[in-house]
Design a protein around this ligand. Structure first.
Ligand code: PLP
Length: 269
């Protein structure tokens, strides 16, 4: 069971295992926060896993702790595993994110170095597995991954040793960039009606522009030189949005804002 919108790869992992995806809708009016009642309604005897992701890609929403605990309860009553993708932890406004492990030991937690340490591409991450599943995860890792390269492991150790010194700065930087981008998005008339609290993404509502979300992303790239991700890959509920990333620096964001602003004026003329 996944939320919709969700990280684009999740349904493909489920399909790879011959599973069937069931989705729980998220709404912009709720700031894309899941409602535990929707999970309650959607679980059934056939549900084997319930997946949560906070801070979330593509919405930037941060799950509040009470809802997280309720979702864990729903999964437990349905005898389903909880899988929590916490790869954007440490990247939230005010550090408000909670780990699922505060509520249960019977959860799979996915995490990694690529987001909080800016180590995308280094391919280093980890999984915390329930004790009864560690042997199986070990066999999977040995056969599918063998191991992380040792120099990358050394980089991971170095990254962990620096944690804490700079994470507050990183948070402040992302908050400033988010606010800058939110202003720009509302000036473009693409306001999504919510404020993301974490990760470094936000959805912009492009439903008033001509064509599909893929057409809009192509237009932005071809005519303004600005890359955004079409929402459709993140689920039906994201089909009227494009995802913007503010992982890049302020100058690049300002340049993109100016170029897109100009383009949108000509499109609407
Ligand atoms: C929600 C989420 N999970 C996992 C990943 C994978 O991260 P990586 O492969 O860089 O460790 C990403 C990357 O964008 C993501 O957005």
């Amino acid at each position: 069971m996944l939320t919709d919108p969700h990280y684009a790869c999740y349904p493909n992992f489920v399909r790879l295992l011959d599973g069937v995806v069931r989705t729980v809708p998220l709404r912009a009016a709720d700031g894309f926060q899941p409602r535990s009642a929707d999970f309650e309604r959607a679980v059934g005897a056939e549900t084997s896993a319930v997946m949560v992701n906070s801070p979330a890609n593509p919405t930037g929403a941060v799950l509040d702790d009470e809802t997280l605990s309720e979702i864990v309860g729903v999964a437990e009553r349905a005898d389903a595993n909880v899988v929590s993708d916490e790869v954007y932890h440490a990247l939230s406004d005010g550090g408000t994110e909670h780990t699922v492990l505060e509520h249960t030991d019977e959860a799979f937690v996915l995490d990694g170095f690529s987001k909080r340490f800016g180590m995308t591409g280094w391919r280093l991450g980890w999984v915390v597995a329930p004790p009864g599943h560690v042997d199986a995860v070990d066999r999977l890792a040995q056969n599918a991954l063998i191991s992380a390269p040792n120099f990358v492991q050394d980089a991971g150790v170095a990254a962990l040793e620096t944690d804490g010194e700079w994470s507050a700065d990183v948070r402040d930087t992302y908050r400033e960039r988010r606010d800058r981008l939110l202003d720009a998005v509302s000036e473009w008339g693409l306001d999504p009606g919510y404020t993301p609290d974490g990760a470094y993404y936000l959805l912009a509502d492009v439903s008033d522009l001509p064509g599909s979300t893929v057409d809009v992303a192509d237009l932005f790239l071809e005519e303004a030189g600005v890359a955004v991700t079409p929402g459709v890959g993140f689920g039906d509920r994201a089909a009227e949005y494009v995802r913007l990333s503010y992982a890049t620096d302020e100058d690049a964001l300002d340049e993109a804002a100016t170029k897109l602003g100009r383009l949108l004026e000509t499109v609407r003329d």
